[in-house]
Ligand binder design. Structure first.
Ligand SMILES: Cc1cc2nc3c(=O)[nH]c(=O)nc-3n(C[C@H](O)[C@H](O)[C@H](O)COP(=O)(O)O)c2cc1C
Length: 209
């Protein structure tokens, strides 16, 4: 399928087939794809949790207003924003870039100062909002990539972030939950799979200047 066909095929899956699991290989491909998501300055202001543990998923379901996708899907992916985007974080990123690109760190000094300038001008709340936005880009990449692999998804923000943070111990990790996506395979009796897509018309959506 082309990407366009894949995106037409996908829908926000309400009912997953709980007997079907994503193979380790497919999951690996999906995660490798999401790893390539672009981010502002390349900072990747988030971590991505892959939750399989049944008991934890029961707790997450309760914290998601009982939405069945949390327990019926193959995995639950949690995008969690970094809450400590600071000088140390930027320095680690620059160190790592120099290592990966095999260049002198000094060559990256100007770039580092630009990032540090941006970071220092943001309040703590603005930095967390910034990190959440980056996480949503990764969500978009994951949903699109999954459709190409014929893996079903349900992106979800209908959950209690503070409960998720507590259940997953995110605060101690310097993280806070942004958005989640459940991944797996649709149940044949999920009537949502047959509904026509509702999207703004091109005239309504695009403004050409
Ligand atoms: C950020 C985001 C959050 C969403 N949250 C939920 C959710 O909590 N529960 C749910 O069943 N669907 C959720 N959805 C699915 C949307 O309702 C769905 O994508 C939209 O209605 C368009 O339908 P389609 O994806 O099936 O084409 C969410 C989608 C996005 C992108």
């Amino acid at each position: 399928m082309s990407l366009l066909q894949s995106l037409e095929w996908r829908y926000a899956t309400k009912k997953f087939d709980d007997s079907k699991k994503i193979s380790a290989e497919q999951l690996d491909t999906l995660l490798k794809t999401v790893q390539l998501t672009p981010s502002s300055y390349g900072l990747q202001h988030y971590k991505i949790l892959v939750v399989e543990d049944a008991a934890i998923r029961e707790q997450l379901k309760e914290a998601s207003y009982g939405q069945s996708q949390l327990t019926d899907a193959s995995q639950v992916i949690v995008f969690a924003a970094e809450t400590e985007i600071n000088e140390a974080y930027v320095k680690r990123y620059i160190d790592y870039t120099a290592e990966v690109r095999q260049i002198e760190r000094a060559q990256l000094e100007q770039f580092e100062n630009v990032i540090l300038g941006t970071v220092s001008h943001k309040t703590e709340d603005e930095k967390i909002a910034w990190a959440h936005k980056q996480a949503y880009i990764a969500l978009g990449v994951l949903v699109s990539a999954a459709s190409e692999l014929e893996i079903d998804t349900c992106p979800m923000e209908g959950f209690d972030t503070s409960k998720f943070d507590e259940i997953l111990g995110l605060k101690e990790k310097g993280l806070t939950s942004s958005v989640i996506v459940t991944i797996g395979y649709r149940s044949p009796d999920d009537h949502y799979s047959h509904l026509a897509k509702v999207r703004k018309t091109a005239e309504d959506l695009f403004i050409k200047i």
